[in-house]
Design a protein around this ligand. Sequence first.
Ligand SMILES: Nc1ncnc2c1ncn2[C@@H]1O[C@H](COP(=O)(O)OP(=O)(O)O)[C@@H](O)[C@H]1O
Ligand SMILES: [Mg+2]
Length: 279
Amino acid sequence: MSVKSAFEHIVNRDHVYPFMVPKQASNLNVDKNILLYLEDISVSFDGFKAINNLNLYINDGELRCIIGPNGAGKTTMMDIITGKTQPDSGTAWFGQTINLLEMDEPAIAQAGIGRKFQKPTVFEELTVWQNLELAMADDRKVWTILNAKLNSEQSDMLMETVALIGLKENVGMPAGRLSHGQKQWLEIGMLLMQKPRLLLVDEPVAGMTHQEMDRTSELLISLAGRHSVVVVEHDMDFVRSLAGKERTVTVLHQGSVLSEGSMDKVQNDPKVVEVYLGE
Ligand SMILES: Nc1ncnc2c1ncn2[C@@H]1O[C@H](COP(=O)(O)OP(=O)(O)O)[C@@H](O)[C@H]1O
Ligand SMILES: [Mg+2]
C-alpha cells in the first residue's frame, strides 16, 4: 500500500484511534497524589454482574498490576475507564476534577488516558518511524506530517521513543515485518507520542517469547513515574516480574477486588490461592 492510500484508509476508518486525538491542556488536579478514582462501580450485561461494587485507586506515577482469572472483569474495567462502557452505578474520576462518566471516548483520550488493546493495531504497510510520526498527528494533520520535516522537539521525542521501545535498528522497516513482541512495543510507543498521563495496557505479553516478556517488563517499569501505568495481565510470572517486592498488585475476581497488596501478600492470600487453583 502506498503512503497515500494508507492515509486514505486511515482517515476513512470510523474507528477513533485514541492516539490520533490531539492532546490539550486539561484541568487535571492530582493534589492528593491520586490519578484515578473508581468507586462503587457496577455494570451488568443481561443480568450478569461483570463489575460488582468495584473500588480502585491509582496513584500518580504508579505502575499497578491487575491480575485475575478469565472473566474477572479486567477488560470491562478498562472499558469503563476509557468511556467505552457506561457503568450502571458508581463514580469514575480522573484526578479530583475530571468526571470520566460525563465524557465520551475521544474526550477521555484527549484528557490523557491512553489504552493499549490486546491485539496490536499498528499500520503494517508503514515503517516504524512513520507509525510513530502518525501517532503525533490528529487526523487532519496526518498527510502533512508524513510529508513535512519534523521540528527538533518532535524528532527528539521520536528518537527517544524509538530507543525506549527497543526499535532503533528497525526504524525503516515496515511494521508488518516486526515480530509480534516488537509490534506490541511499537504500539506502546505510538501511545507514548501522545504523552498520556495514564496508560492502560491489556494483556501485553500474550503470545510473546520469554525474552520478549522480560523486555516488556523492563519497558513498562521504565514508564512509571513519568506516566501512571495500569497493566492487566493473566500471566502470574509476568506480574511477579513487573511488581517486584514493592509495587501493589490488585486481584480482581467476579468484578470486585479480592485482594490487594504486594505480590508476596496476594500470592499467599488463601482467597487468591483458591481462585487460581479452581481455574
Ligand atoms: N459487552 C458484553 N456483553 C455481555 N457480556 C460481557 C460483555 N463484556 C464482558 N462481558 C462478560 O463480562 C465478564 C467479564 O469479562 P471481561 O471484562 O472481558 O473479563 P476479563 O478481561 O477479566 O477476562 C465475562 O463473563 C464476559 O463474558
Ligand atoms: Mg480481558
